[in-house]
Structures are given as C-alpha cells and as structure tokens.
Design a protein around this ligand. Structure first.
Ligand code: SF4
Ligand code: ZN
Length: 357
C-alpha cells in the first residue's frame, strides 16, 4: 500500500476507539529553563486544545510520526470556553521578567478551522498586556501563513518578539514527502518564509524550524546527515533558530507500526550528540535538541546506563550553546557497528509502498 494511504488507514483505525476528552484535560502547561532570544530565561509551554491538525484529519492521514491528533477535540471548539480556559492557564504565568510563552496547538495556530480566529486574537491581546512576557512562539504549517494575519498578530503584540515555527522536518523534499508524508515542498516552505521575512523591518518577528531526527525508512547514519544538512539549509534561507525533534514513537502512527514490527528504532542519543556538535561548529544560529522522551524505549535512547547523563549534558548544551562533552560508555561501539551495518543493507531507492499484515 502507498505510504500515504497506509498512514491514513492506521490513523482511521486508531481514532475509531478514541473517546471524547474534555478540553480542560487536554490543556497542559509547564515552566522550565530555556534559551530565549535574550539569553537564558524561563519559558512557559502551553498545549492548547484545538479541533486538531487539518492535515492529520484529512484523507492524507497526516505525518508518519505524529500522533498529536489523539490529544485534540476533533470538533469545532466552543470559543468562549476556550477563552476562559486560556485565562485560567495564563494566570499561572511566572511573574518574573523576561518570560517566553510557547503555544502548542497540535497543528496550525493560523488555521481558523483548528483554532477560531477570535480565540487566536484573544490569546495575543491577553499576552500583549503581560509586561514581563518578552517572546511569544506559535507554530503553523506553511499554507496558513498569510502576510495579513502575521501583520495583525504583530500589531497586537507590538514590540514583543513573535516567533513563527514551521515543521520543516527535512530540507530534502523526498524525505519530507515520502518518508514523513508532510505534504508540502521546499518551495511552499520558502514562500511562507518570504512572507515572514518581509515583515522583519517593521516588526520583531522571528522564525524557527523544527527538524525531525530519524524519520522512518532511514538509516541512523543518513538521518544524522539529513539533520545536519537541514540545519545548514535553514540558516542559509534565514531561519532564526532551530529545534531538532528526535523521533519518539507516538501511538496510532505508521512509525509505531514499523517499530512494533522491529523495522524502526528511535535514534541513538549518540547520534543526537554527533548532530548537535557538528551543528555547533558549522552554523551560527542557535540550535536546540529537544530532550522529550529521551531515555525511554519509545524515545531516543542508548543502553540505559549513559542515557540520563547524556540527557543532562544535552540540556546544558541547549542553554549555553556549547558542544556536548565526550563521555565514555561501552554502547558507543554498538552504535558505531549498527551505523556501519545498516549502510550495507539499506535500500538505495525511494520506498513508496509498505505492506503490513
Ligand atoms: S507534525 Fe504537524 S503537520 Fe504533521 S500531522 Fe502532526 S501536527 Fe499535523
Ligand atoms: Zn551507554
């Protein structure tokens, strides 16, 4: 079956058993140390419920690694309830200076079908009034990035930094289209980027790119190269910062199916160290390596003995943008051997069809 059809079928089957979840339960937030544009500071990350990513809910099934749709409302949310929900969450915003607010809508902040327009502007108006909030970060697929909408958002936020994050995932069209099923090309990405960049003179607008480390159907070594190349590309086209997202195996995805069959392994943490260290010496823009799920069997992992030590070192490297120092563990040899072994058996052509029993 074609990868896109298979992704849609797996999603459909998985969602059949999905029960309705109240919006209060779907809404989560956490506060942690982070690297802001102004340096080290605190960020409040908010997972805000929406109808769910339109790409994921479409007949194309969404991206092969993404299971966020199971944590969404799946119906048009009540606007007043959403506004109240946001009021409640934002009342926990730290009072100290220089706070970044990151809003994750498990889809596109600018798509009114996912997050009603009135709620979008309500959130931004609310944040514009918080003097200690210096940065606001949202995410969107390229097709919903429109100059007029961006302008309106920037006008509300005035001199605060407004960061628009796009899931580029890979600078390689074949990888993004066939392995990730992302549904947009580099040309679409660059068009969206042009609109953001056109407002830079007038407003404090920035862009971030997410890069997926180790999509399905890719060897460990190729995924390292792909991540590094994607970071170099992102800097070249004018992205302000990069966030690497090492794959974690989400439920209800094609990635999970392959993982259960032994046909996929999340990245080694050694690979993440190699990526981050290479990127630190190659590009100048800040690059963050996400550590969510690190050390678990569904997330990036090594042997279990060195995982938490490396995770701490990566967190430190994210905060001060320094290389991750060398540490020793026996599993490094196995990682190297696997990288070499995979190269021998890897398919050199593009895989477009997969059969799952
Ligand atoms: S990764 Fe983003 S675009 Fe892809 S399905 Fe998930 S939310 Fe949608
Ligand atoms: Zn180890």
């Amino acid at each position: 079956m074609k990868i896109q059809e298979l992704t849609a079928k797996i999603r459909e089957n998985y969602m059949k058993n999905r029960k309705e979840i109240p919006m209060e339960k779907l809404c989560r937030f956490w506060i942690q140390e982070d690297l802001l544009y102004s340096g080290k500071g605190k960020a409040m990350s908010i997972v805000f419920p929406t109808r769910g990513c339109s790409w994921s809910l479409s007949k194309y099934g969404g991206c092969t690694m993404c299971g966020y749709v199971k944590d969404t409302l799946l119906k048009t949310p009540n606007q007043e309830k959403l506004k109240k929900l946001f009021d409640g969450v934002i009342s926990s915003c730290p009072k100290e200076e220089n706070i970044a607010i990151k809003i994750f809508t498990s889809g596109s902040f600018f798509n009114s079908k996912e997050l009603p327009e009135s709620v979008r502007y309500y959130i931004l108006h609310k944040l514009s009034k918080l003097e200690n909030v210096s940065e606001i970060s949202v995410e969107s697929r390229p097709e919903y990035i429109k100059k007029e909408i961006l302008k309106e958002c920037c006008e509300i936020l005035q001199d605060k930094i407004f960061e628009v994050s796009i899931g580029l995932e890979s600078s390689n069209d074949e990888t993004r289209i066939y392995k990730i099923n992302k549904g947009f090309t580099l040309k679409d990405f660059e068009n969206a980027l042009r609109k953001i960049k056109s407002l830079k003179k007038e407003f404090n607008i920035k862009t971030k790119s997410y890069i997926l480390v180790k999509p399905i159907l890719m060897t460990e070594e190729d995924s390292i190269k792909d991540s590094i190349n994607s970071a170099i590309y992102a800097e070249k086209v004018g992205i302000d910062r990069i966030s690497f997202c090492p794959a974690t195996v989400h439920a209800g995805t094609l990635m999970e199916n392959l993982w259960k069959w032994g046909a996929y392994r999340p990245p080694w943490i050694w690979s993440l160290v190699e990526i981050i260290n290479k990127v630190r010496e190659t590009i100048e823009i800040p690059a963050i390596m996400d550590t969510a799920g690190m050390g678990s069997k569904r997330g990036p992992h090594n042997c279990g003995r060195c995982d938490s030590k490396l995770k701490k070192l990566i967190i430190q490297s994210n905060l001060d943008q320094s290389p991750v120092p060398e540490i020793k563990c026996k599993c490094k040899k196995r990682w190297k051997a696997e990288k070499y072994g995979e190269r021998i058996t890897a398919s050199s052509g593009i895989i477009k069809y997969i059969h799952l029993r």
